[in-house]
Write a protein that binds this ligand. Structure first.
Ligand code: PHE
Length: 328
């Protein structure tokens, strides 16, 4: 088994399955967000937690953090309505599950959660990042994640971008790209999100893969890049904050064979964890933490240089870098 520890609690208050996967604590306490969303059964949630926690190990290692990888998933039965009381029950169940790991894992926001939820989890455990600033945390990590993605996108260059998904991070990136004078194409499964980025061109979700742009920016749920979708791409590079963009590692080779540069998601998306840990654990100022986030651009540049020198891919070089840091 690849993971160090996986706990699955039936929440005492909510009755829902709370899954905490600790992939590695080799470099320090595991870190990874809390995802609350619908899954077709808790086993699908478990699969997601296993994959996402492994990616967090690589993310922290490549970002140079003294942390391992973990993830929390609360698998909601499809159609579950989380009213305020039920949501609080779920979050307290999450807090208890995390507290049972006694500091070996700390959580933060992820798909379906934000700073207010972190404050609620914080009523049951202190191992939680990104509570609101007023509650003593570093607040919303989305702007820092977006800043890290922008640092990566600057390395890749290009004048036009297609942003897939207008959640907190995707909408922020689209706005920053527009402000930087880029042509921006966007989509989301929720068409109402269109209003978030006036000035961007809207296309339907099933059309965005074929958008004629320089760079595709995946910012929705994972699994966008598959043997079926890669042939449809017209961009020359893919770089975005979505976790686990590839359906399988071999899809990186399909992208490479098409001459499309794929910047590994765990490299590009580290801004949130970098910012939160710098501010909350190391007493960094906002400016100093953001400067560290900018380092994502240097990291990516290093991987691109190594890949072209060695005739490999940035994904391969990122794996090597993570491996070497996990060995020492
Ligand atoms: N969702 C964040 C990620 O995938 C998790 C996180 C952010 C954890 C900030 C801690 C602090 O990287």
């Amino acid at each position: 088994m690849e993971h160090e520890q996986v706990v699955i609690h039936r929440g005492a208050r909510s009755g829902l399955p709370v899954i905490v996967a600790v992939h590695s604590t080799r470099l320090g306490p595991a870190l990874g967000g809390c995802r609350i969303r619908a899954y077709d059964g808790w086993r699908a949630g478990l699969d997601d937690a296993l994959r996402l926690s492994a990616a967090m190990t690589a993310k922290c290692a490549v970002a140079g953090l003294a942390h391992g990888g973990g993830k929390t998933v609360v698998a909601l039965p499809p159609g579950t309505v989380l009213d305020a009381d039920f949501r609080l029950a779920v979050l307290h169940d999450v807090g208890d599950a995390i507290e049972s790991l006694a500091g070996g894992y700390a959580t933060g926001p992820d798909v379906g959660t934000g700073p207010a939820d972190m404050a609620a989890i914080g009523e049951r455990t202190r191992h939680v990042f990104c509570r609101p600033v007023a509650a003593g945390g570093s607040g919303d990590s989305s702007p820092a994640t977006a800043a890290g993605v922008m640092a990566a996108l600057r390395v890749l260059g290009g004048a036009s971008h297609a942003v897939v998904g207008l959640g907190n991070v995707g909408a922020d990136i689209a706005a920053r790209l527009l402000a930087a004078g880029k042509r921006v194409v966007v989509t989301d499964v929720d068409e109402a999100k269109r209003a978030l980025v006036p000035g961007a061109e809207w296309v339907a979700p099933d059309e965005i893969l074929g958008a004629d742009v320089d760079v595709l920016v995946p910012a929705a749920l994972g699994g966008l890049l598959t043997p079926a979708s890669v042939p449809r791409l017209r961009c020359r590079a893919v770089a975005g904050p979505a976790n686990n963009q590839l359906d399988a590692p071999a899809t990186a080779d399909l992208l490479h064979a098409r001459g499309i540069l794929w910047a590994p998601d765990h490299v590009v998306s580290a801004g949130g964890v970098v910012y939160a840990t710098q501010v909350e654990l190391h007493g960094a100022t906002h400016e100093a933490a953001l400067a560290r986030v900018e380092g994502i651009g240097d990291t990516l540049r290093g991987l691109l240089t190594a890949a072209s020198a060695n005739g490999t891919t940035p994904a391969f070089e990122a794996e090597e870098l993570a491996r070497s840091r996990l060995l020492t």
